[in-house]
Structure formats: structure tokens, C-alpha cells
Design a protein around this ligand. Structure first.
Ligand SMILES: N[C@@H](CCC(=O)N[C@@H](CS)C(=O)NCC(=O)O)C(=O)O
Length: 377
């Protein structure tokens, strides 16, 4: 896992109040408890639009005219609800990309904020059409949670964060420490296995939501906070000035796990899964072809047949239709609304954001990274 780099964007940090820093939730502390995220549950198949079977979600979304997207509202850079009630972030832009691809309207999204514990139940019950909430693709979630994971939009890993003045420098130092962790997450499970494997004794302090976890961390009730590195970077970027701002926090170099984060839909509707997947691939392929929000109109005039096909422009008379149940020019709608993968990344979590995360594993395959779209043909 490449090192993450942070920019100390003090001006951005200054506008974040404590309540908005990283974790906007409140209540329902679940100390010492820890939830299970592996229990299999029946898929009631009701669907956000009353649909669950093959092709039904895609049809229901089109009929209803919006996509119900399960999101995080508490992780800066990925999914945040602003004071004005607007949702923004990397995952939020992917909800918009899906709506743009399926409905031609990136604003046709209903955002449903979910805690880590709630997310799979919401997906299984049909409360949401798609889950885009910094969710790690794992075997048991794929197998026992009725979730179908789609292309990984962000390759991440689990990290450990302490206050900058902490005596702890690396995992091995944490013997006897209390560690704050969110229940219902892979984070909770990895913490246990990694520490057990390394023979490090520790006490977990478990919460269902991030806001009370953050309060406990600030109060010194735990010595360290573990989560996905991207989320720790987001939390750090918005750390309250009263607590020392971003420089008041330090991330260890240790990476505890692989955390491939991406959208998930309910099992049982391949058409819907395909539509969501190709909305994501559109952003990656557009980056590879250097198609941006700004040069899109120019690119529509391109005489490169690969670009014409991607953008649904006539190639030898006919616009390319892959049979995905999407308009021939769905990629145009996606890129016009949210830009290509690199633009989405940069704006929300990359160099153009308070997080300042390098592309690392999330670079295109042509740049040595893992982001790769199958051919549009
Ligand atoms: N990627 C991991 C962790 C996801 C996760 O829920 N992370 C926390 C880190 S702060 C979070 O999103 N908290 C916000 C909340 O649920 O309040 C997973 O899928 O289990």
C-alpha cells in the first residue's frame, strides 16, 4: 500500500466545526458491544421501487425516475451531508453517475444516510437501490449478506491514527492500549485478527456511530482510532482547530488489511448490476481516453472510433448500443455530470481536496495502478 500524503489545507479545515468533523452522527453508543455484520437475512425483494428480481430494479428505477442511494453522511471526502443538507463526496458523485447513466439526470438521486450496521439490512430489504458507502468487498458480504459487489472504486487499506503527541509510533507499541473502532465494519474484525496474530493485547472500545467514537477519542478514552486509511485521512482533514487541526493527528505507516471499497446492489438483478457497473467503468474509460467535463463537446467530434463508440456517437452510421438497457450516449451524461474518474478523485479526495490523497493503487492501469475498465465494444 503506497503511503498516503496529506495537504494541510488550513483554510478548508477552519470552516469545519467539531460537529462536522469526520463524524456527524450522534447517540446510540454501543460500548464494548460490537455488532455482527455477517448474519444472513432474507431478501424481502420489495425494492426501493417495489422490485427485486431480474431486471426489476432497473425497470423500477426508470419508472420511479430516481435512484435511492445508501450513503455515508459522516466521512469527509467520501460521503458528507453539509449544514445546508447537501450531500457531497466521492461516493456521492458515484450515486450521481449512476443516476446520470440510467436516467440521464445526475440530480435524480435520493440519498439515504446509513450507519455501518444498518447498510446491509437496508440493501436486503429494498430500502435502497444501491449502497455506495465506503463499503469493503468481502466474501461473507458477497455470500451471506445478499450483496453483489461491483467494480471497486477505491482500493484502500486499514490504518491506525493517534493524536500527534501520542507516545505510540507503530502497531507494535500498542500493547495494553484501548482502541476506538466502529461496529459492523471490517475494521472491527481486522483489528482483532491482526492484533491476535501479532500477540498484541488491547482493549477495543466499540461504537455504532462515528460521532460518539470521535468524542471518546478526543476525551482520551481510547489511545488510537482505527478505520480505513481514506476515512482517517478525511477525518484528519476536517479535524477541529480547537483540537489542533489536521496536524493534531498522526497516522501510523502500518496498513492492517486490504479494503476494496465500491458499490453493492442486491443479489438477483443482473441488469441493474450491469447498469451500475458500466456507469462506473464509464468514468474510468473516459479518464483513459482523456475525456473530461471540459473537453467533452470537443471529444464528441472526435474521429477516433473507440471514442465515438464510448460516447455513443454513430460509428459507420449507427450509435453503439451495448444492450445494457442504457441510452447509447449514457457515458456523455455521466461525464457531463461528474467528470471522469480522475476528476472525481481529485475534486473529492485527491490533490484538489483537503484530503490530498495520492492516486496510489487507484491510478489507471496505464499509470501502474489498478483502475481498469473492460473494453466498450
Ligand atoms: N470499509 C469498512 C469500514 C466502513 C465504515 O463504516 N467506516 C466508518 C469510519 S469513520 C464510517 O463510515 N463511519 C461513519 C459512521 O458510520 O458513522 C467496511 O466496509 O466495513
Amino acid at each position: 500500500m503506497p503511503r498516503m500524503r496529506f495537504t494541510f489545507a488550513a483554510l478548508l479545515v477552519a470552516v469545519f466545526a467539531l460537529a462536522a468533523a469526520g463524524c456527524l452522527h450522534s447517540d446510540s453508543e454501543d460500548e464494548g458491544g460490537g455488532g455482527s455484520d455477517t448474519a444472513a437475512q432474507e431478501d424481502t425483494g420489495t425494492g426501493a421501487g417495489g422490485a427485486g428480481g431480474e431486471g426489476e430494479v432497473l425497470a423500477a428505477v426508470k419508472e420511479r425516475g430516481n435512484v435511492v442511494c445508501g450513503v455515508n453522511e459522516a466521512v469527509p471526502g467520501f460521503g458528507v451531508a453539509t449544514e445546508a443538507g447537501e450531500f457531497e463526496g466521492f461516493d456521492i458523485d458515484y450515486c450521481r453517475a449512476i443516476a446520470a447513466a440510467v436516467l440521464g439526470d445526475a440530480e435524480a438521486v435520493e440519498f439515504t444516510p446509513l450507519t455501518a450496521e444498518q447498510r446491509f439490512t437496508a440493501l436486503q430489504s429494498g430500502e435502497i437501490d444501491v449502497l455506495v458507502r465506503n463499503t469493503t468487498y468481502t466474501a461473507s458480504r458477497d455470500g451471506a449478506e445478499g450483496a453483489r459487489f461491483l467494480h471497486t472504486t477505491y482500493y484502500d487499506g486499514q490504518g491506525m491514527m493517534v493524536k500527534s503527541d501520542s507516545e505510540f509510533q507503530e502497531l507494535a507499541d500498542l500493547g495494553g492500549a484501548t482502541i476506538c473502532v466502529l461496529s459492523g465494519t471490517t475494521t472491527e474484525l481486522n483489528l482483532e485478527t491482526v492484533f491476535q496474530a501479532q500477540g498484541i493485547e488491547y482493549t477495543p472500545l466499540t461504537f455504532e456511530e462515528a460521532d460518539p467514537l470521535q468524542a471518546a477519542f478526543i476525551e482520551g478514552r481510547c489511545d488510537a482510532w482505527t478505520s480505513d486509511l481514506s476515512q482517517l485521512a478525511g477525518i484528519r482533514s476536517a479535524w477541529p482547530e480547537a483540537q489542533g487541526g489536521p496536524e493534531g493527528l498522526r497516522l501510523f505507516e502500518d496498513v492492517l488489511s486490504k479494503e476494496p471499497l465500491g458499490p453493492a446492489v442486491r443479489d438477483g438483478d443482473d441488469d441493474w448490476a450491469d447498469a451500475v457497473n458500466w456507469a462506473i467503468f464509464a468514468t474510468i474509460q473516459a479518464e483513459e481516453f482523456e475525456i473530461t467535463q471540459d473537453n467533452l463537446d470537443e471529444m464528441l467530434e472526435s474521429d477516433n472510433p473507440d471514442i465515438q463508440r464510448l460516447l455513443g456517437q454513430p460509428v459507420e452510421g449507427e450509435p453503439f448500443d451495448a444492450g445494457l438497457g442504457l441510452d447509447a450516449d449514457f457515458v456523455v451524461n455521466v461525464i457531463r455530470a461528474v467528470g471522469n474518474y480522475g476528476e472525481i478523485y481529485d475534486r473529492n479526495v485527491g490533490e484538489g481536496s483537503a484530503l490530498g490523497l495520492e492516486r496510489g493503487l487507484n491510478a489507471l492501469w496505464t499509470d501502474g495502478g489498478l483502475q481498469y475498465a473492460p473494453p466498450f465494444r
